[in-house]
Ligand binder design. Structure first.
Ligand SMILES: CCCCCCCCCCCCC[C@H](O)CC(=O)SCCNC(=O)CCNC(=O)[C@H](O)C(C)(C)COP(=O)(O)OP(=O)(O)OC[C@H]1O[C@@H](n2cnc3c(N)ncnc32)[C@H](O)[C@@H]1OP(=O)(O)O
Length: 268
């Protein structure tokens, strides 16, 4: 993966295959991977390619250079240029990852994750952060608010007073504090967050694809059910269980255990 300073005509996102793991790199390092229409389109295309590839079961997203993502391209916004590709305006990566990508997604936060960068991390299922990474929602200081999932997801993932302090003051959290509040699963030594995220992705990829996707869907859906969540949630749980239990992989998982061998998932 190129972490260097790519030439101007380099794609705004890179997709690499590592076995069953897809590595997507936001690739505008000169602008700290700020999101403009080109990057939005490139990341969207990469995610859609991965979603359609049955050989890819887990996704890692990271940034080229010293930032993960510095959020919306403020210079594009100042120049009245589009900051999201056509068709991505309403949900963008943040929405896409959580509600539109069934496969587990891991953020390898290799540096600054500000504004939309923190929102991408919030939308991912797991987060591995470089010990020098920074998370923050400075939007109110830019005349905006964290509309790409920030204000909606932060209070569900951190204590509400911490979420309010971050979103109302723009105060950044370093990786250690983010991990303390549960925004980060693992803190990796400086410069090793991508390697650590790929290792975690390989562990996740040992699970059966359909079971991983049902697990992700139901855990995220459990947020959506209110206090009377029991009946509706158990109905949805039962539908997912019937589909997964009837899959070839459910039979393969049991057979592999009985025959003391590693399972060979088929994703069906
Ligand atoms: C379907 C797929 C979609 C794909 C992804 C979509 C995800 C959703 C993203 C959209 C989100 C919209 C909603 C969001 O909530 C709104 C925002 O994100 S508002 C922006 C919030 N971000 C910021 O305010 C951070 C701004 N940057 C900084 O504060 C600093 O740059 C820094 C990060 C603290 C680093 O400081 P320094 O180390 O001093 O470095 P520089 O400041 O010199 O930066 C280097 C270089 O990068 C340029 N740059 C940095 N950030 C941005 C930016 N956000 N937009 C444009 N350009 C940026 C900076 O200008 C420098 O350029 P140079 O001057 O060298 O030409």
């Amino acid at each position: 993966m190129t972490h260097g300073n790519p030439k101007a005509d380099e794609p705004a996102a890179l997709l690499e295959r590592r076995g069953a793991v897809a590595l997507i790199t936001l690739n505008r390092p000169r602008a700290l991977n700020a999101v403009n229409a080109a990057l939005s389109a490139a990341v969207g295309e990469a995610l859609e390619e991965v979603a359609a590839d049955p050989e890819l079961h887990v996704i890692v997203v990271t940034g080229a250079g010293r930032a993960f993502c510095a959020g919306m391209d403020l210079k594009a916004a100042a120049a009245d240029e589009p900051v999201m590709a056509p068709g991505h305006e309403d949900w963008g990566f943040a929405g896409l990852v959580n509600h539109y990508i069934a496969k587990p997604v891991i953020a390898a936060v290799n540096g600054f994750a500000l504004g939309g960068g923190t929102e991408i991390a919030l939308a991912c299922d797991l987060v591995v952060a470089d010990e020098n990474a920074q998370f923050g929602l400075p939007e109110v200081r830019r005349g905006l608010f964290a509309a790409a999932g920030g204000v909606l997801r932060l209070p569900r993932q951190l204590p509400k007073k911490i979420a309010l302090e971050m979103a109302l003051t723009g105060r950044p959290l370093d990786a250690a504090e983010a991990a303390r509040w549960g925004l980060v699963n693992r803190v990796a030594p400086a410069g090793t967050s991508v390697e650590a995220a790929l290792e975690l992705a390989e562990t996740v990829a040992e699970g059966a694809p359909l079971a991983l996707q049902a697990t992700k869907r139901l855990i995220h859906r459990s947020d959506a059910f209110g206090s009377d969540w029991e009946p509706a949630m158990w109905d949805e749980n039962e539908r997912e269980w019937q589909a997964v239990f009837a899959s070839e992989d459910a039979r393969e998982g049991a057979l592999a255990f009985a025959e003391k061998r590693a399972p060979a998932w088929r994703g069906r």
